[in-house]
Design a protein around this ligand. Structure first.
Ligand code: ZN
Ligand code: ZN
Length: 404
């Protein structure tokens, strides 16, 4: 039995899998609210004969098939507060309530519905071809990726006690950077580490006509925004990677009132923990120095949120998986992936055991489609060959370690 033999059964699962994908797309759920999705996954895995556990808001199915290696495949399942503009017959019309109480439209604008449907397809192919492999296959469905909460929630809810230690772990993401039908792998850093900061600087309120009697936090925030862009330009080596984005500046409500404070939301990306730490320290240094220069009455406040670890692919695992992908898809459909500036909490799961992992991308759009970025209101991958490719890639990677 080879990878190709197992994948020859893919046509039989396609109608079921496409219906599943459309159903998930039509019913997106916000991060850490994926109740219907989890029920659906639980029902499918149970029907396939998996031993199913609900852990930290996610679902894990374990298929024990003899004494050999253990493979974990992770899919993320959450959607985003985005209003869908795809015009598709299976477009979302769902709204939900955020933890803050706001009613928002919800859309699978990052393709996690594709990840879920592909992972369930792989789970089904492996369950129906148990003669082709030995060992233990763990199909893990993680909530809350978009807010960097779900992987941690599963680990904190005793994931490592519920399922056996995997020898290797895998994850994948649909990407506009690749053509649908293609996959891309890379050893080493594949996704950046990211951290967000909420910075509040304090001034002294005054009438707009009397700036000398106040301390202006709007001017202070403006100098900070400009000065923060010097960090990557002047402190990070030109061949290292870093991004500093100030995504939000909020202060005041009126033209003639100097407000009391200003709040900045800053996002940092890097391919190296030490560079991330350098940038965060530089931000704090610059903010404190600018506050000092503006004679602020209070120290600035710093709050770190949405912290994502670096995703670094193990070299041996990546080589073995890449060889299996070439065998399954043909060399013409397997590319070298450029490291992506996006971030993921996937690695929290293998890191809970110290398990090596590989994370790869698979293409979202066919050559005649407009390529849209993830999180765009029009993000709708071509169902095929995207779904089929994600399924083939998951099966090929698993069999690279489990095939008899
Ligand atoms: Zn996303
Ligand atoms: Zn995503």
């Amino acid at each position: 039995m080879t990878i190709t033999d197992v994948l020859s059964g893919i046509d039989e699962v396609t109608p079921w899998q496409e219906a599943l994908y459309k159903d998930l797309h039509r019913h997106p759920e916000l991060s850490m609210q994926e109740h219907r999705t989890a029920e659906k996954i639980t029902a499918e895995l149970t029907a396939l004969g998996y031993d199913v556990h609900r852990v930290g808001g996610g679902v894990v199915g374990v298929l024990a098939n003899g004494d050999w290696q253990t493979v974990l495949f992770r899919a993320d399942v959450d959607a985003l507060p985005v209003e869908e503009e795809t015009g598709l017959p299976y477009a979302s019309t769902v709204t939900a309530t955020t933890p803050g109480g706001a009613a928002v439209p919800v859309m699978h604008a990052c393709g996690h519905d594709m990840h879920t449907a592909a992972a369930l397809g792989a789970a089904r192919l492996l369950a129906t071809h148990r003669d082709a492999w030995a060992g233990t296959y763990i199909a893990l469905f993680q909530p809350g990726e978009e807010i960097a909460a779900g992987a941690r929630a599963m680990v904190d809810d005793s994931l490592t006690a519920v399922v056996p230690r995997p020898d290797v772990a895998f994850g994948q993401h649909v990407l506009g950077a690749l053509v649908s039908g293609h996959v891309g792998t890379v050893a080493g850093p594949v996704l950046s580490t990211a951290v967000s900061l909420r910075i509040t600087v304090y001034g002294k309120g005054s009438h707009g006509s009397m700036p000398h009697l106040g301390v202006d936090p709007v001017l202070l925030a403006s100098t900070i925004v400009v000065r923060l862009q010097s960090i990557v330009a002047r402190e990070i080596a030109p061949d290292d990677f870093g991004v500093v984005t100030v995504g939000s500046v909020q202060a005041g409500n009126s033209a003639n009132v100097i407000p009391e404070s200003a709040t900045l939301l800053v996002n940092v990306r890097a391919y190296d923990d030490s560079i991330r730490d350098h940038i965060v320290a530089a931000i704090e240094r610059i903010v404190r120095a600018e506050c000092e220069a503006s004679r602020t009455p209070r120290e600035p406040a710093f709050e770190v949120f949405d912290s994502y670890p670096l995703t670094t692919n193990d070299t041996d695992v990546t080589e073995r998986v890449t060889a299996a992908l070439v065998e399954a898809l043909g060399a013409g459909r397997v590319e070298k992936l450029a490291p992506q500036t996006a971030s993921e909490d996937f690695s929290v799961i293998p890191d809970a055991w110290g398990t090596p992992y590989a994370y790869w991308g698979f293409g979202a759009f066919t050559e005649d489609q407009e390529v849209l970025p993830n999180h765009n209101p029009g993000f709708a991958p071509a169902i095929q060959p995207t779904l089929r490719t994600g399924t083939e890639a998951a099966v090929a990677a698993a069999l690279a370690y489990l095939a008899r």
